[in-house]
Write a protein that binds this ligand. Structure first.
Ligand code: SF4
Length: 348
């Protein structure tokens, strides 16, 4: 695609969101990325948290973790460039071992993924033998490899219900676990790791709908409070407030809707409120505003994900030019993680 066509495409979407000089600069980067993408037979996946100029220019597919995992599983391209954070690129590699998977920045981590290790999961399994382990996709491959099944925020409830088990280990997000426990009628406890089987296990833990959680949190979503919601509602009494399930159960309860990033986007598209506020990474509010010029989006933009913000057009161009940073997953770990991811994808 030449620069002029790219400019027209980006201008049409972003004229109200991105200032003209910035747009002109980013058009050149985006056009070169698309040229290289075609030359190298690559596909670009863009997570909903990418900044608007990237989100609306270079990705072949945009979406949340689950939607992009599905796209990653179907691609026939040689290279997958994942504009998202490392655990997402790892999931693409788990599903496509023969492809080269690139992440534009080596610094794009995640506070949730870093909150738990494979060793922690093994210790929990030893403490609660036989209890199925559900792991949020926001974890690294070695943690997924220790799990029975993965889930996203979009399908967590369906995954938990599919297991048909009174007791579930649900890792690592404390708040997502709390929200899913509420939806599935389980109560949640946070066991302290001890060596060997839990002395309480089998006496009160089993048989009464228990979710065994972990104290991991998303450093973005944990920042939203019920007080924020009260303040916003005071100023904008008719605002529709949408929260991500990584927010606390109290924040979710005080919101009008809670769902994955994909579900929040659909909610705004399909409803008609005077204003909307999405309690999630700020760029997503920009991206929804760009796609829905008739909707008024409020933003709490002091809350940003430092990891998602590592991914820029400049880095994406460099990643394609230098074929960096290549995401690798050791084959023994990949095979076990694949089973957990594949089982999740089969549920939908
Ligand atoms: S928004 Fe939260 S869960 Fe998502 S990558 Fe950033 S820190 Fe991780």
């Amino acid at each position: 695609m030449n620069s002029q066509r790219m400019y027209e495409m980006m201008k049409q979407k972003l004229s109200r969101i991105v200032p003209e000089p910035e747009l002109r600069y980013k058009v050149e980067l985006a056009a070169e990325i698309v040229r290289l993408k075609e030359e190298k037979n690559a596909v670009i996946l863009g997570h909903n948290y990418m900044e608007p100029a990237l989100y609306y220019s270079i990705p072949d597919f945009r979406g949340d973790s689950l939607e992009l995992s599905r796209k990653a599983a179907q691609t026939d391209k040689d290279i997958i460039v994942f504009c998202g954070v490392r655990f997402m690129a790892e999931t693409a590699k788990i599903l496509n071992p023969s492809k080269t998977v690139l992440i534009p920045s080596a610094k794009a981590g995640c506070s949730l993924a870093e909150s738990i290790t494979a060793e922690d999961v093994r210790a929990l399994k030893a403490q609660f033998p036989g209890v199925p382990v559900v792991t949020y996709v926001n974890t690294y491959a070695d943690v997924k490899a220790e799990s029975d099944i993965c889930c996203t925020s979009g399908n967590a409830r369906a995954v938990v219900e599919s297991l048909n088990s009174d007791t579930i280990i649900f890792l690592p997000d404390e708040y997502l676990a709390g929200n899913v426990a509420k939806e599935t009628g389980k109560h949640i406890i946070f066991p302290t790791l001890t060596p060997g089987p839990s002395p309480d296990f089998g006496r009160g833990v089993r048989g009464d709908g228990t979710m065994l959680g972990w104290r991991g949190r998303c450093e973005v979503h944990e920042k939203f409070t019920v007080k924020d919601i009260e303040n916003i509602r005071q100023q904008f009494p008719e605002v529709a407030i949408l929260s991500h399930p990584e927010c606390s159960p109290e924040v979710v309860a005080a919101s009008d809707f809670s769902g994955s990033t994909g579900a929040m986007i659909r909610y705004v598209e399909q409803t008609n409120a005077p204003q909307y506020l999405v309690l999630t990474e700020c760029s997503m509010g920009d991206n929804i505003a760009a796609a829905n010029p008739d909707k008024e989006m409020l933003r709490l933009c002091s809350v940003r994900c430092p990891h998602m913000n590592e991914i820029t057009l400049e880095d994406t161009l460099e990643a394609l030019q230098k074929t960096q940073y290549v995401v690798e997953v050791p084959e023994d770990i990949r095979l076990r993680a694949y089973k957990a991811v594949e089982r999740m994808i089969a549920i939908g």
